[in-house]
Design a protein around this ligand. Sequence first.
Ligand code: PMP
Length: 396
Amino acid sequence: MPTETILARRTRNMGASAIREILKVVSRPGMISLAGGIPAPESFPMDMMQEITERTIAQYGPAAFQYDLTEGFPPLREALTHYLAGKGLSATPNEVLVASGSQGVLDGLGKILISPGDHVALEAPTYLGALQAFAPYEPRYLEIATDDQGMLPDALETALARQPVKFIYMVPNFQNPTGRTLPAERRQAIADIIRRYDTLLVEDDPYGDLRYHGVPVAPIKALAPDHVVYLSTLSKVFAPGLRMGFCLAPEPVGRWLVLAKQGVDLHTSTFNQALATEYLTGGHLQRHLPRIIALYRPRQQALLGAMKRYFPGDFNWTVPEGGMFVWVRGPAGMDMQAVNRQAVARNTAFVPGTFFYARPGSGRETLRLNYTMADEPALDRAAAILGEVFSMARLE
Ligand code: PMP
């Protein structure tokens, strides 16, 4: 069949992810991959799963296996209000919406908010999955300047003064890919700007709980509740395969998200939502989160220490207080896609940073390193190999 005529126009924007191609190569045996972006399997609370499952079945019976509300399983929505209160966000159960991963919220937002040609403002670089979720709805991206602390409020204001945007997308905590966290003063400045310009902000917070140093910073949602869709997930603090995402959206954005979701999957898996309810209300998250942090904190420390020892002097990188990633900048002119091929030949892999920019060709000298999927000795070895590959690339 002629694909050009059967496929919708929006498929033109749905290119295969270059990162997936890299990840295929790096699953080879013997490879140390700092390329992935996924939680370590040993971070899952496997010793709790049987108890949680049995309690879920005992507590909810057939209701855990029945069709349910598009908005989400009511006991989970109730449990999430308490979880969100711990982050300084007050909400009633009716305001909390459950989705199939926070990715499900991103797609829903694209569907209900973006008409072809609409402007969406975002950090450069940003989360690739958000670019992919929004792309089919044909937005025009406005990249807002950032520095070591994240988005610059002045640059955002200049952009908003020039043209209206449908929304701003931002990852303020331990951003993917840079690991940066937006400080409290900037959050306040951005909250003031979005209120003044009456603009919607999408605050994506999958990593906020993975803090290894320092103190938590309140979400922007707490500062401008009527102008922010806050989304998060249990993917990094429970298990990503359960696809348990959720959001807190102003009316009428929430109402339209529900209508869009009805056409997608009616609702997120009831059983998984019931499991998540038990995980949150039975004290399991409270007991397990410190163990995840105890697993990742030394990994991050091992990688950062090894980078200091092995990376050339003209490289610099972020030193995040949490999350899963470190962002590295090499000397201008170095092409990290070519360097990654050399690293892969030596059984070590990363993701070239250019893939995280909306504008093709940006950030060629940057890269993202993940430290959750390798243990400390492997991270040290990988950093040593990367140090050698970087030095060789500079000599060429
Ligand atoms: N947002 C960001 C910034 C992410 O890094 C991820 C996961 N890598 C997601 C959203 C999606 O997470 P999930 O769909 O598993 O909730």
